[in-house]
Design a protein around this ligand. Structure first.
Ligand code: ADP
Length: 321
């Protein structure tokens, strides 16, 4: 029977000697979702992706992938595609030859040729299909690795930092491929340090720190739970806006040290999202038009910075960016 979950993790724990890389991870990832793993270096992201790819086995807990319990044997589970630590490619072969070789290794004949070309086109490498991989940039290798994973028609795609080394156009292309795959019902699990990527691509994110989950859910939920964020407010009347913020019991007017970067008339309010909602009502009530309103640092990035302890640095710099 098909489970609606691509990944079901209960108490998953993994040690490397004395190091607890994963410490009781409970996580459900439904099919049809692009799920992002975020966290500082050493948080356990790659270890978790490695378990999904069958590169290592957990020491404790229960892990089910695509409805089947993972046993203690190494090897990529049925229906799973992807890679961590870079895709394994043959540098002396061309992009097309690499994919054909992989298709043969997996028992597909040369009839996979059409699939190979279609997949190369999907990742934007059809033009360089007959170039040797040796000369490929990091971003091109990443995309060829993605193509190799797509060829297996995975129901769970697992990628470590898929946007590494990609220029903006290539990034958009990869995003589209991943979003399409999820729309067709596959689950996509990625790790990334690029918050804009995760926010644009993921319907849900999991924040890991020292092998434990500190948050899991939608980016909107993260914003709601992020507590007090700094919001940049641009209105038709900056002076009245400052007065309304200063007089609001739930909000704090942030001293304007970053005026140049945020715009001459921008005002920064610090508070929970509910108070910011109320601020808009009060401003409109006072006849002030709200032209722009948004977090100075996006919630995902703010949560990441809080996790890594870098938020203090950010605050002392006067909320850079
Ligand atoms: P992340 O991907 O979030 O940076 P990792 O999953 O790579 O984190 O690492 C989690 C912890 O496990 C780190 O402390 C790391 O040093 C340790 N670790 C990961 N892989 C190994 C390994 N093969 N041998 C020993 N320690 C490891």
């Amino acid at each position: 029977m098909g489970s609606s979950l691509a990944v079901r993790s209960r108490g998953t724990t993994k040690y490397f000697g004395d190091v607890v890389a994963l410490d009781g991870v409970d996580l459900d990832i439904p099919r049809g979702e692009v799920h992002g793993l975020v966290g500082p270096n050493g948080a356990g992201k790659t270890t978790f992706l490695g378990l999904l790819l069958g590169l290592s086995v957990a020491d404790r807990g229960g892990l089910e992938i695509l409805g089947a319990p993972v046993d203690r044997v190494l090897g990529v589970p049925e229906g799973v595609g992807g890679f961590v630590d870079g895709p394994g490619l043959y540098p002396t072969l061309t992009a097309r030859q690499n994919l054909v070789a992989l298709a043969r290794l997996r028992g597909h004949g040369t009839e996979g040729g059409a699939d190979v070309d279609h997949t190369l086109e999907q990742v934007g490498l059809l033009d360089v299909a007959d170039d040797r991989v040796r000369g490929f940039s990091l971003g091109m290798r990443q995309r060829l690795g993605l193509a190799a994973a797509l060829l297996t028609q995975p129901r769970l795609l697992v990628l470590d930092e898929p946007s590494n080394g990609l220029d903006p156009a290539a990034k958009r292309q990869v995003h589209r491929v991943l979003a399409d795959l999820a729309a067709q019902g596959a689950a996509v699990v990625i790790s990334s340090h690029q918050m804009d990527d995760l926010a644009a691509l993921c319907s849900a994110v999991t924040l890991l720190a020292q092998g434990r989950i500190v948050f899991s859910g939608s980016v909107a939920k993260l914003a709601a739970e992020s507590g007090r964020l700094d919001y940049r407010v641009l209105t038709s009347d900056a002076d009245t806006t400052r007065r309304v913020i200063a007089g609001h019991p739930g909000l704090e007017l942030v001293p304007d040290r970053t005026r140049l970067r945020l715009g001459e008339d921008a005002v920064v309010a610090r508070g929970p999202v509910s108070a910011v909602d109320d601020l808009v009502v009060r401003l409109v009530g006072a006849g002030v038009a709200v032209r722009e309103l948004g977090p100075v640092v996006p919630p995902l990035e703010a949560a990441f910075l809080a996790l890594t302890g870098a938020d203090d640095v950010l605050a002392s710099q006067g909320a850079a960016r």
